[in-house]
Design a protein. Sequence first.
Length: 75
Amino acid sequence: MSRRIGRLLAQVIDITDGTRHLLELSEQDAWALADDQAPLLDRRQHDALRRMAITALLLVSEEAERLGERFDGAP
């Protein structure tokens, strides 16, 4: 059980780090647009990365819920 919890925590850290990088890119793109420069990501790429981050967070949330149910049922 502890191995699964450790793996889940590692996934949460990875997803959080990736989401932070995406937010940083979005901020850089906003500044670039304000300065009339080309953004690093086009809208399609940004939307795809955002959907991927949301999907990853949902999957980790579901895994955490499954682990919680197992933990509640454990003696």
